[in-house]
Design a protein around this ligand. Structure first.
Ligand code: FAD
Length: 566
């Protein structure tokens, strides 16, 4: 019988809520759901909310009865915020998070590089925002509780699974003992130590790095702006690296590397933590300032992925699918993109609108993204924690040179997590005009957000449907296009049509964006008659200088995996 902790976790700033456990005795004996999601971490919860927006019901199984412990992920990217906006929790995050856009690297007490991420007026969100992961999980869990299409079963632990061509049979343990749950589809979002991955005997591919980091959240009053601080080879921790981030609610996060010989147990002893934190505060000019420990843990970087995220009726996402070094804010930020990429495809397949083959493109796109990140994050990780003598020599040469040669600074360039461009995705249209566009996002690129008016941005108008953005000066959409849109919708395809560029509403479309100064058309390289087709995850899959009905149909059939005969 599974008995998760019923005592709230300890924290000096976050009130852990212990949710009621779901008990089988209170519910019908036969349990079935179209989609079951194992794990109510940030990625499982975003998947559930995105499926709900497509009208697909899911059951989320969570072995614990409260959100996760400690800050864990703290820096969230603009793209993550855009995804979290899509599932309805971005406003709550912006209300309490700390936005930032500058990173600083120090060597021997001297700042040797400062990187500023531009904050474009066309973006609603800052490049990065700091907030502790528990808040995001709490906001997502509350959004799930408010959705009639998500059933979150706290205190339910997935024990075993068997699958056939039609679905999976799951055994789930609770405080009352186990019960059986049938699912058409199982999403494995059960984190780094994924039970599903273990049960299916699937192996992650890639590398683990030697360097271990202590992660500590302390409450301390430091008169410093919200910017990333990285200290290389400081006097108190020679050869190693320290990162500092301001967090909401008066907290700071310190990540410091340990000497190779030190064990996690030694590193987490109170006296060891105190000596290091005091030394770091002294180094930045705040010796003796009082601080209080909230949470600490030891972390080592791994860069691993499953080679395939789709295994019959079981789909992997987030940390269950890959383990990425956190440097460059990977991990949760990567997982949100997985969740968004998976949910719309799974919804179309679960509803019978598209065939299961559509899911293969989820795997190929996201495995490629994980591999790209592994490559990039590997560079950052090797700079932070040189794995060999050769790497260390090279890194130290860069560090020394940077004291006198400013041109060396950019070698510290911090490669931050960014959305993958699905340039070679099979979902991209084969016969559109993408190559002939002079501006705007190309095949597979994420959308370029665009300011339409004060506090009004393009992405505020996009939802979980495919979006057809048509530039038109005419009062109505041509009849042939209207008929095609209706026919496609009749096949179950979720399609949202928006006209761009007229002050008055255009007939035959769902919304009209006036684009009074032509800014949106300019950023997208659009002239009257031209159009973009954005997938439900907002990535571009087709664009035309002049749209016509047959090419729209072909592009949508290709991108949605629609059965042509339907
Ligand atoms: C110490 C630490 C520090 C980190 N720092 C950062 C950072 O600074 N930046 C960053 O981007 N990322 C960071 N990460 C990584 C980040 O936390 C993860 O990438 C993120 O949580 C992944 O989300 P997920 O939903 O895939 O998995 P998880 O958050 O791990 O969620 C999985 C959920 O599944 C549940 N579960 C597990 N097994 C079962 C089962 N059998 N049945 C039912 N439920 C189950 C778990 O209880 C959990 O709630 C850190 C991680 C750790 C551990």
């Amino acid at each position: 019988m599974h008995q998760p902790h019923a005592e709230p976790r300890r924290s000096i700033y976050f009130d852990y809520q212990v949710f009621d456990a779901w008990s089988p005795s209170q519910h019908p004996k036969e349990q079935h759901a179209p989609v079951v999601i194992a794990g109510a971490g940030p990625i499982g919860l975003v998947t559930a909310l995105a499926l709900a927006q497509h009208g697909v019901y899911s059951v989320v199984l969570e072995s614990e009865r409260q959100v996760s412990e400690g800050s864990r992920a703290i820096a969230f990217t603009r793209r993550s915020m855009e995804i979290l906006q899509q599932v309805g929790v971005a406003d709550r995050i912006t209300a309490s998070g700390l936005p930032w856009n500058c990173g600083n690297s120090f060597y021997r007490g001297q700042r040797v590089f400062r990187m500023e991420n531009p904050h474009d007026p066309d973006d609603r969100f800052f490049p990065l925002i700091n907030i502790q992961q528990q808040y995001i999980e709490q906001y997502l869990a509350e959004a799930c509780a408010a959705s009639p299409l998500v059933e979150l079963r706290w205190g339910n632990k997935l024990l075993s699974l068997a699958q056939d061509a039609n679905g999976a049979t799951l055994e789930v343990d609770t405080a009352e003992g186990p019960y059986t749950l049938k699912a058409d589809w199982l999403v494995a979002a059960d984190g780094a130590r994924s039970t599903v991955r273990t049960l299916m005997d699937l192996k992650l591919e890639g590398a683990s790095y030697e360097g271990k980091f202590v992660i500590a959240d302390i409450r301390v009053d430091l008169p410093l702006p919200t910017e990333r601080l990285a200290f290389f080879d400081p006097g108190w921790n020679p050869g190693n690296t320290i990162l500092m981030h301001r967090e909401p609610h008066g907290l700071w996060r310190l990540d410091y590397q340990l000497p190779p010989s030190e064990t996690p147990e030694e590193a987490l002893k109170p006296e060891s933590l105190k000596a290091r934190i005091d030394a770091q505060l002294a180094m930045i000019g705040h010796a003796g300032v009082p601080w209080e420990m909230d949470w600490c843990s030891v972390y080592s970087a791994r860069a691993l992925t499953l080679p395939d995220y789709v295994h019959g009726r079981v789909l992997f996402t987030g940390d269950a699918a890959h383990l990425l070094p956190i440097f460059g804010v990977r991990g949760a930020n990567t997982g949100f993109q997985d969740a968004q990429a998976l949910a719309w495809r799974l919804a179309l397949v679960a509803k019978g609108v598209a065939g299961p083959a559509l899911l293969a493109s989820y795997s190929s796109e996201r495995v490629a993204a994980a591999r790209e990140i592994i490559d990039e994050a590997g560079k950052s990780t090797r700079f932070m924690t040189p794995p060999t003598r050769g790497f260390r020599l090279l890194r130290d040469a860069v560090l020394s040179l940077s004291l006198s040669q400013p041109f060396v600074g950019p070698l510290y360039h911090w490669r931050t997590s960014r959305p993958h461009e699905y340039g070679t995705s099979p979902l991209n249209s084969a016969d559109d005009d993408s190559a002939r566009f002079a501006a705007g996002p190309g095949h597979g690129a994420p959308p370029k957000n665009t300011c339409l008016a004060p506090d009004d941005f393009l992405l505020d108008h996009l939802d979980h449907r495919f979006t057809l953005l048509i530039a038109t000066d005419d009062p109505a959409l041509p009849e042939a296009l209207c008929a095609e849109v209706q026919a496609l919708r009749g096949q179950g395809l979720p399609l949202h049509v928006m006209a761009v560029g007229r002050a008055e509403p255009v007939q035959g479309v769902d919304d009209t964006l006036a684009d009074a100064n032509g800014h949106l058309r300019e950023r997208y390289g659009l002239k009257a008659g031209g159009a973009y087709l954005l997938r439900p995850d907002h990535h571009v899959c087709a664009r035309w200088l002049r749209l016509d009905a047959p090419r729209l149909r072909a592009a949508l059939i290709n991108a949605a995996g629609l059965n042509k005969e339907l």
